[in-house]
Design a protein around this ligand. Structure first.
Ligand SMILES: Nc1ncnc2c1ncn2[C@@H]1O[C@H](COP(=O)(O)OP(=O)(O)OP(=O)(O)O)[C@@H](O)[C@H]1O
Ligand SMILES: [Mg+2]
Length: 497
């Protein structure tokens, strides 16, 4: 019997048919992948299953029993858990408190704190997370927070587990660890619904894949009967010829960004490097290696203890991000939810946030709208019938495009891109890389942080590798191999893992 059955399930938002007439069976013990372009309706479909959103119509059955809509708490008690694309943890509560949020008092209310702590520790072990359950969630890295989400899903006896782009924030190795956990869960008969844009992992972890486009299921196929190009075709409805459109220039320009002995105690360790006009310089490293910390320090989000940042030969005085922007440095952050976007504001405001068009001291609303409309067309931002639409109503990948649009609009000379392709579909990524290539060709200096090595290897002129807050090596384009970068990132000497 199917673990989960959907019949004619639809969801309409005002002006958007997000999910239309979906029929679907998910089997116990399978990893059922959901793929498709940004805004195709994947997350919404999962939210209907997890009862985060109420279907406009259709029927859902769980192990043969009809499910009536009662909200996410009820779904959890039925054994349906979801790890969201943007985590839903309470940052100021402890890990343990987060694990047991939403459990009805009857079940866990009587548990003494000590027992809760013990149970939390056991759950954290199951997901391979080695942190003190009393730590505040806000103090954890993204990868660690995701583990907490996973543990939270396991805190109830789930039979259906939904993972919405779980590896988007992970390095290759952490992703492998996650696959191990997923395999253990499916071996216990848990049905895993798994949203992904990463072709390699779809083939690695998936049993079957359902492809969605414009809210409709296009096809469901066993992964073994597909290859990459066929899958891409199903997703975007056309061939994507060139995912990495990079035109390397043989002669890099003058030094634009120069970082000398930059140090921030506990985070960034005596870092020096330079980026020339026209260059895309990659930053590789494991999560926690300090790449984001470095970018934040260069950008003035955190003050350095020592060292300097120069642009075109001038040493800059950067104390705040506003200083950095004024000097011509842009930073596309890895976390669009916490410091990337103003979720309640429209796409128009978000695109121009770093660079408000002013006219006679007032924000020029017409210019703002035109800029946003241009970005919407250029980057193909979907789900934005009018540009004043609040960003929170956009799909994850389309939100990421809004952040990108903002930095493309600033006219900054130096751009720091931190995991920019995260959550974007293959077509959108190709467009984004095209934009990065053009920026480089215009003579900008680009720092490209990514945990997905094929991206770096295809797009960069050089790759700097970080470990423990410092740069531990540089790989030239003529020497690019995954092994070389991984060996530096992990500190393995010579003998590649
Ligand atoms: N709360 C909401 N209000 C209005 N529209 C919404 C809301 N949530 C989602 N939508 C719209 O529904 C459509 C489907 O969005 P959804 O988040 O399901 O896409 P997705 O397939 O998960 O995309 P991505 O790969 O970018 O995460 C989009 O057009 C989106 O703008
Ligand atoms: Mg989504």
């Amino acid at each position: 019997m199917a673990a989960l059955e959907l019949r004619g399930v639809s969801k309409r938002f005002p002006g958007v048919a997000a999910v239309t007439e979906v029929d679907l069976d998910v089997l116990p013990g399978e990893v059922h992948v959901f793929a498709g372009e940004n805004g195709a309706g994947k997350s919404t479909l999962m939210k209907l299953v997890a009862q985060v959103e109420e279907p406009s119509s259709g029927r859902v059955t769980l192990h043969g029993e009809p499910v009536t809509f009662q909200g996410p708490g009820a779904a959890r008690r039925l054994g349906i858990s979801m790890v969201h694309q943007e985590f839903a943890l309470a940052p100021d509560l402890s890990v343990a408190q987060n694990l047991f949020i939403g459990h009805e008092p009857g079940r866990y209310g009587w548990i003494a704190r000590g027992d809760e702590r013990k149970e939390a520790a056991a759950l954290l072990r199951r997901v391979g997370l080695d942190v003190d359950p009393q730590r505040r969630v806000a103090q954890l890295s993204t990868a660690e927070q995701q583990r907490v989400e996973l543990a939270k899903a396991l805190a109830v006896d789930s039979t259906v587990l939904i993972l919405d782009e779980p590896t988007a924030t992970l390095t290759e190795r952490e992703a492998e660890d996650l696959f191990g956990i997923v395999r253990e869960l499916t071996a216990q008969g848990i049905a895993v619904l798994y949203i992904s844009h990463r072709l390699d992992e779809i083939f690695e972890i998936g049993d079957r894949v359902t492809v969605m486009r414009d809210g409709v299921v296009v096809d469901t196929q066993p992964v073994s009967e597909l290859d990459e190009s066929r899958l891409v075709q199903l997703m975007v409805g056309r061939d994507v010829q060139n995912l990495y459109p990079r035109t390397h220039s043989d002669e890099p320009g003058e030094i634009r960004l120069r970082v000398d002995n930059l140090t921030r105690t506990g985070a960034v360790h005596d870092v020096s490097f330079e980026v020339r006009a026209g260059e895309i310089v990659g930053m590789a490293g494991l999560v926690g290696a300090g790449r984001t910390e470095l970018a934040r320090t260069v950008f003035g989000a955190e003050p350095p203890d020592s060292g300097t940042v120069s642009l075109d030969g001038r040493v800059l005085k950067i104390r705040t991000p506003a200083d950095a922007i004024a000097a011509g440095i842009g930073y596309l952050t890895e976390s669009r939810k916490t410091d990337g976007l103003a979720m309640h504001l429209g796409v128009d405001k978000n695109v121009t946030l770093a660079n408000l068009p002013m006219r006679a001291g007032f924000i020029d609303l017409g210019a703002e709208r035109r800029t946003a409309e241009k970005s919407r067309e250029g980057l193909d931002i979907r789900g934005v019938p009018w540009v004043g639409r609040p960003v929170r109503t956009l799909s994850g990948g389309n939100q990421q495009k809004v952040v990108l649009a903002r930095w493309l609009e600033t006219g900054a000379d130096v751009l720091l891109f931190d995991e920019p392709g995260r959550g974007m579909d293959v077509g959108a990524k190709s467009e984004m890389f095209q934009a990065m290539d053009s920026l480089a060709a215009e003579g900008k200096a680009i720092v490209f942080i990514s945990s997905y090595l094929p991206e770096l290897l295809n797009m960069c002129d050089r790759i700097l590798v970080m470990r423990a807050g410092g740069i531990v090596g540089e790989v030239a384009r003529t020497e690019f191999t995954e092994e070389r970068v991984v060996a530096l990132a992990t500190g393995a000497k010579g003998n590649h893992e």
